[in-house]
Design a protein around this ligand. Structure first.
Ligand SMILES: [Zn+2]
Length: 251
């Protein structure tokens, strides 16, 4: 388990605890396939943030949810720009941030400066923290999880241009901490066989992950995307480009 700099006990207020305003069931790990990344959508965000700023802001977000929406802050975790992890629902309750995907996803909000097309990328410390969370979620789910942005599940600008670019580039993935072997995918997509190099034409909006899914299917997407990237050193993908595709999925 990763380090939680701001457990609920450090920021919750009486009358506004997560438990008091959460009617969601526990996370059903057998159903979890996806990690959804969010951002706040505020123009400015404190960075570096002092502990009192982090605590005050988290309380404000919980009050906004509890008073305005009638339920607790919907994310599992939030991560400050400094890479500190804040516990919201944690792994104790299903999330309420990704409707209609709440039942099969976990959600993480990354503190971020800027809105929409002007929003920043996640900091290296933030990426490292998120990837620890993804690693733990992957271990609990017992299968590789697909990492997407909120905008992939419904029409929204969330998680902003910078972080979404990083998602498409495969920046968010389980960290290198050893994890127990995962059971084989029940419905594996047979990868192309042979050691030949195939080619595929990039489509609008493609990143390595999107191409990996299209070519190799939904198994081992992170590894396949990494292999694609390695097979195309220094390449930035544009629509219509021809991309080299290794003929064998890397496991
Ligand atoms: Zn969102």
């Amino acid at each position: 388990m990763f380090h939680i700099e701001y457990p609920r006990s450090r920021w919750e207020e009486p009358g506004y605890t997560i438990a008091e305003h959460t009617g969601s069931p526990p996370i059903r790990w057998a159903d979890i396939t996806t990690v959804v990344i969010h951002y706040p959508g505020f123009a400015r965000f404190a960075h570096p943030a002092s502990p009192s700023e982090v605590i005050t802001h988290t309380r404000q977000e919980q009050r906004y949810y509890a008073d305005g929406k009638g339920y607790s802050l919907g994310y599992q975790w939030l991560v400050t720009i400094d890479g500190d992890i804040i516990q919201s629902r944690g792994f104790d309750w299903a999330n309420a941030a990704n409707s209609p995907a709440n039942g099969w996803s976990i959600s993480i909000q990354l503190h971020c400066e800027g809105v929409g097309d002007d929003a920043d990328e996640a900091s290296p410390a933030q990426v490292a923290a998120v990837n620890q969370i993804i690693a733990e979620a992957t271990r609990r789910a017992g299968r590789p999880l697909t990492v997407v942005g909120h905008r992939d599940t419904k029409p929204t600008s969330c998680p902003g241009a910078g972080i979404y670019r990083q998602i498409q580039a495969g920046v968010f993935r389980p960290d290198d901490t050893p994890t127990p072997p995962t059971p084989p995918d029940p419905t594996p997509t047979p990868p192309p066989t042979g050691d030949i190099v195939l080619h595929t034409v990039a489509q609008s909006g493609d990143g390595w992950w999107a191409i990996a899914r299209r070519v190799y299917g939904n198994s081992d997407v992170a590894a396949n995307a990494a292999a694609l990237e390695a097979a195309n050193p220094g390449v930035t993908i544009h629509p219509g480009d021809t991309i080299s595709v290794p003929g064998r999925a890397v496991r």
